[in-house]
Design a protein around this ligand. Structure first.
Ligand SMILES: Cc1ncc(C[n+]2csc(CCOP(=O)(O)OP(=O)(O)O)c2C)c(N)n1
Length: 394
């Protein structure tokens, strides 16, 4: 029998409409965690905890480990714990599903306690995007079902010290994980980091296109009959704003799955060209998709990775992409064509050359940046999916 989780403090009342909480200072939050003995930190960003990640990356760069997906982060943390550290994993609740296997069959089985900081997109009572609605409703229940003791992230700094001590004691006494659920506004902005300097280093470099410009070029060059699958975040939002058409599918959630959706379409709509607009963060989150595409080898599939070396949609935290030769990975997995391009002309030429030479990958180096007023998709996801389905059959 596993030890039963002790009851958590009652959940806070739903937020009062229109009240913008000030939020805790992210640097003070990091200091409280370090005082309580926590570190290293690993995870995948959510904008709710973006300021904490920025603070860690700026002030304690060795203590934040970039992870490709949330399950990987839990496993890295498990290893760090086995090596004598007290790790914490930062994740958005949309990535909680990615942790179910390592939480239930690694942490629980081997009794490795890890602290989880799970943000609460889609919290009942707070309007949010459709992809967060179900997970927002079930986040505490899912943690309960995994027997992960959980409670709301404290709203004040003094409470934080006390609850971190409780979390540490729980993990020490039971060998089981502990989770704080972090609502919107819990953490205030971090302004300690200087703006990243554009330069030739490992980042995207100067003179690159923005994502919106790259999408525009791609859509001009693609065969008009191409079915286009767009990854979650600003890619789908910019594509919808600038180039909405029935042949577009906006994969607004399930980060990392767009290329596999495109694979499924391409194999079963052989007469249609199919392109996926992926992000570097999304591509790295499910790199196994590249192996699947190479294995099934649809000639009609073009995989375009819009690589800004950042999770731009959640605040431009860095990804691991600068160290990865994605075109070489694609070739090694069986893609017939793979190019790494930087300029608009190179992009046009690669997209043209890739037509019917698939599976093909074009990795476009772009600069982070987008219109701050970029809206949310106007079309409800089920309507856009139904419209796409009709278009595939036309
Ligand atoms: C499983 C999961 N984890 C985390 C998130 C939060 N999230 C939404 S968009 C995004 C960044 C995507 O980065 P990338 O694919 O590089 O595209 P960019 O935003 O840079 O265009 C993240 C981390 C999510 N939606 N789903």
């Amino acid at each position: 029998m596993s030890p039963r989780p002790a009851p958590a403090p009652p959940a806070p009342a739903p937020p009062a409409a229109g009240r913008a909480p000030a939020g805790l200072d992210p640097a003070a939050v990091v200091r409280a965690f370090v005082r309580a003995g926590f570190g290293p930190f690993t995870g995948v960003p959510c904008s709710f905890l973006g300021p904490v990640i920025s603070c860690l990356q700026h002030e304690r760069p060795d203590s934040y480990l970039i992870a490709g997906n949330e399950g990987e982060a839990v496993a890295i943390a498990a290893g760090a714990r086995l090596a004598g550290r007290v790790p914490a994993v930062i994740l958005q609740n949309s990535g909680l599903g990615n942790t179910v296997n390592p939480v239930t069959s690694l942490l629980h089985t081997l009794r490795i306690p890890v602290l989880l900081l799970v943000t609460w997109r889609g919290e009942p009572g707070r309007p949010d995007e459709p992809q967060h609605e179900l997970m927002g409703r079930i986040t505490p229940a899912l943690l309960d079902a995994m027997e992960v003791r959980n409670e709301p992230f404290p709203a004040d700094a003094a409470g934080l010290d006390e609850r971190l001590a409780v979390a540490s004691a729980h993990m020490r006494d039971t060998g089981l994980p502990f989770a704080f659920i972090v609502p919107k506004g819990a953490i205030g902005p971090y302004d300690g980091a200087p703006a990243p300097a554009p330069g030739p280093g490992p980042g995207p470099g100067p003179g690159l296109m923005l994502r919106a410009e790259a999408i525009d070029r791609i859509m001009r060059v693609l065969d008009p009959r191409t079915l286009v699958v767009a990854t979650t975040g600003k890619t789908a939002r910019e594509l919808e704003r600038d180039r909405d058409r029935p042949g577009n599918l906006y994969v607004v959630g399930s980060m990392g799955c767009a290329s596999s959706v495109a694979l499924g379409v391409s194999l079963h709509a052989p007469g249609r060209p199919v392109a996926v607009l992926d992000g570097d963060g999304a591509a790295l989150m499910r790199l196994e998709a590249v192996a699947g595409i190479g294995h099934h080898a649809p000639v009609n599939l073009l995989h375009i990775v819009l690589d800004n070396a950042a999770y731009e949609s959640t605040g431009a935290q860095p990804t691991a992409s600068p160290g990865v030769d994605l075109a070489a990975v694609a070739r090694a997995c069986g893609y017939r064509y793979a190019r790494d391009v930087r300029t608009a002309d190179e992009l046009d030429a690669a997209v043209r050359a890739a037509a019917e030479a698939g599976p093909a990958m074009v990795r476009v180096r772009i600069a982070p940046g987008s219109d701050p007023a970029l809206g949310r998709p106007a079309l409800a996801p089920p309507e856009s999916a139904a419209r796409f389905q009709k278009e595939v059959r036309s």
